[in-house]
Every structure is written in structure tokens, then in C-alpha cells.
Design a protein around this ligand. Structure first.
Ligand SMILES: C[S@@+](CC[C@H](N)C(=O)[O-])C[C@H]1O[C@@H](n2cnc3c(N)ncnc32)[C@H](O)[C@@H]1O
Length: 222
């Protein structure tokens, strides 16, 4: 670490970086308001923007998302990748219906397959391969998701993961007893993710902590 421990994450830097984000388009702005009003855990705007950057670099044709919620990230991904087919998994039928309505409104419902059910059950029956996978679901299952998707990722495919700092708890310890399992699970996931010889991976302090991995041989990449 070249700079001081808190050289990047001070409040002023975070606020400045926020000020660089452009306005959300009208549909995403509505979705952000619905999420805030109804308490839906959608991706932060800076995470969505990082995702757009990675999607623009990779131009994936087949995308898998684990954790749909109201479809905010589906709309982000679908717009960033106009040729991509997207599969997304959600257990809650009510939020899934909301997601389907928003994606219809976005105008690309024909490219999105909504799977309703528990992610681990659904994943076991999916084919792949995918060239971009977004993991944003049950924290205690993150390592299982990784195990289920890594071999069905195309070479050069990307795994993008949200909430890897889990509100600071992964580094500093769980804030309450009911957070202990998720916190431990993410810590274990982070070690697997960054240590996986099939992946070139990093965890960065954007939003609540984002993991990005590219499938490839790290010995070839130095
Ligand atoms: C963090 S939200 C996803 C947010 C979405 N990716 C976005 O950024 O707009 C996680 C979602 O996973 C769903 N979920 C919870 N347990 C699940 C399970 N076992 N299988 C599938 N989905 C689940 C929740 O209902 C919730 O909507």
C-alpha cells in the first residue's frame, strides 16, 4: 500500500467521486426511487457505472445474474450490451414481477430469461456457458455460486461480485450476531476468489466492495 491506509476512502474523496457520476436516465432514476422508497437492495450507482465499464471492455453475448431484485442491474446490463442474452435468477415472485415490468419498459424483454427459484437449485439446471456473471444474492452461498459458475465461464469471461466488504464487517468483524455467518462467508469467498488459479481477480473499494475476475491462467499473465 503506497499511500496511507485511509488515503483513498476519506469522505471527501468519496463525495468527489460521487460528483463525477452522470445523471441516471429517467427509467433508472425511477427504479432508484422505487428501491429507496420500498427498501430494495439494488446496486449502488458507482457499482453500476463500474459494471458498464467492464461490460464495454468485454462485450459479453451471454450474461448470467444471480439475484435480480427489481431488475435495476438487468436494465444496466441490457442497455450496456444491446446484443446480449441475459438470464437472471430471483426467488421472490413479487419483486420478480416488478423486474419483468421494468425490463419490458426498457424495451428488451425478449432478450431476458427470468428464472424464479432458489439460486442454487436453478443454477444446477442451467447450461451456460456465460461470458459475464454477476453475483449479487445470498452472501452465505457466494462460494457455492462461484463453484457452480467458474467452469461454465468462457475463456476471458468475467465474474463481477457485489458486497465483498459487507458494510465494513468483512475487515472489521460482524456488527451483530445475525451478521456473523454472512461476514464469515464473504471473507472465505474473498480468499477463494482472489486465490483461484483459474481466475485473475481483485476486490476493490467501490460501493460496498466489488470483486472482478477474468477467467484465464494467471501464470501466463504474470
Ligand atoms: C442484492 S439483491 C439483487 C440486486 C440486483 N442485482 C440489482 O443490483 O438491481 C438480491 C436478490 O436476491 C434475492 N434472493 C434472496 N435469496 C435468494 C435465493 N436463495 N435465490 C435467488 N434469489 C434470492 C432477493 O430476493 C433479492 O431480490
Amino acid at each position: 500500500m503506497k499511500a496511507g491506509v485511509d488515503a483513498i476512502l476519506r469522505k471527501a474523496q468519496a463525495e468527489y467521486l460521487d460528483s463525477l457520476l452522470t445523471e441516471s436516465d429517467p427509467l433508472l432514476a425511477v427504479m432508484e426511487r422505487v428501491a429507496a422508497d420500498e427498501g430494495h437492495p439494488i446496486a449502488d450507482r458507482e457499482v453500476a457505472q463500474l459494471m458498464r465499464v467492464v461490460l464495454a471492455m468485454r462485450a459479453p453475448k451471454r450474461i448470467l445474474e444471480i439475484g435480480t431484485n427489481i431488475g435495476y442491474s438487468v436494465v444496466v446490463m441490457g442497455r450496456a450490451c444491446p446484443d446480449a442474452e441475459i438470464e437472471t435468477i430471483e426467488i421472490d415472485p413479487a419483486v420478480l414481477r416488478t423486474a419483468q415490468e421494468f425490463v419490458r419498459e426498457a424495451g428488451f424483454a425478449d432478450r431476458v430469461t427470468f428464472h424464479r427459484g432458489a439460486a442454487l437449485d436453478v443454477l444446477a439446471g442451467l447450461q451456460g456457458p456465460w461470458d459475464f456473471v454477476f453475483i449479487d444474492c445470498v452472501k452465505t452461498e457466494y462460494s457455492d455460486y462461484l463453484a457452480l459458475v467458474r467452469d461454465r465461464l468462457t475463456p476471458g469471461g468475467v465474474i463481477f461480485v457485489d458486497n465483498l466488504l459487507w458494510g465494513g464487517q468483512v475487515a472489521e468483524g460482524a456488527k451483530s450476531g445475525d451478521q456473523r455467518d454472512s461476514t464469515e462467508a464473504i471473507r472465505e469467498f474473498n480468499a477463494r476468489f482472489t486465490g483461484d488459479p483459474a481466475l485473475v481477480a481483485t476486490v476493490i473499494a467501490v460501493g460496498d466492495g466489488v470483486g472482478i475476475a477474468v477467467k484465464g491462467d494467471r501464470t501466463l499473465l504474470g
